[in-house]
Design a protein around this ligand. Sequence first.
Ligand code: NAD
Length: 248
Amino acid sequence: MDLGLAGKTAIVTGAGSGIGAAIATRLCTEGASVAVVDINQAAAEAQAARLRESGGRALAIAADVIDEAAVTAMVAQVVAHFGGVHILVNNAGFTRDMRITKMSVDDWDAVVDVIVKGAFLCTRAVIAHFIEQKWGRIVNISSRAYLGNPGQANYSAAKAGVIGLTRAMSLETGKSFVTVNAVAPGIIDTPLVRSLPHFEKVRENAERTTPIPRMGQPEDVADAVAFLVSERAGYVSGDVLHVTGGRY
Ligand code: NAD
């Protein structure tokens, strides 16, 4: 299936690692130009270099998605470098897990800000381009955790928030043929998950309880995103695609 991504330009946030890096790779392979955006400059540069070495068109940009000025400058740089922007994948995020009795306001703000405010700022920065060209794709990386996980009050609330943002934006932008969807991954084998002190238990649990008995791979999420941002998904909007091995 030709996804029709040749000639399109994508911004992928948090693309220096894990799921974002896999999404950037997949979109590049499909012929899109990709801005590899990450707060970790070295990681962004390394990933963009890998993509260019494989023949792709990629630009590394170091930016914090909750810094309004940095986000505005990032989008301006993408448009200046590639001549436009057509796709945004809001992927940057992290966890800070603990029971709510131990959760500080900073623990709450850090997680909710990067996931919800980051997606809001990046969306707002690209949306005029998408509306003007009457074509655009936004995919927000939520999580199965939006259903609620103990020890993840901040993260679950943020990932549910991203789905609300997705639905509201899809209603605002549909008339301009801009689609907005969310992808809700289950447990995916990335540096974020491997850094958990109980990683082996997480892996064992995923293999035992997931209908498809393995952890997800970043490429599983990238495949779902590639479809949603493609020409083939022009009538899919406001939806949540679960990539959970059936554990939903
Ligand atoms: P990861 O830690 O491997 O990668 C996340 C990247 O985001 C890192 O490179 C990091 O530097 C970057 N980042 C963090 N804060 C940023 C900021 N303020 N501005 C710009 N970049 C920033 O994590 P991952 O597992 O690949 O997760 C990617 C996304 O997928 C996150 O939103 C996460 O919540 C979501 N997710 C992950 C899983 C999983 O099991 N791994 C499951 C569901 C959802």
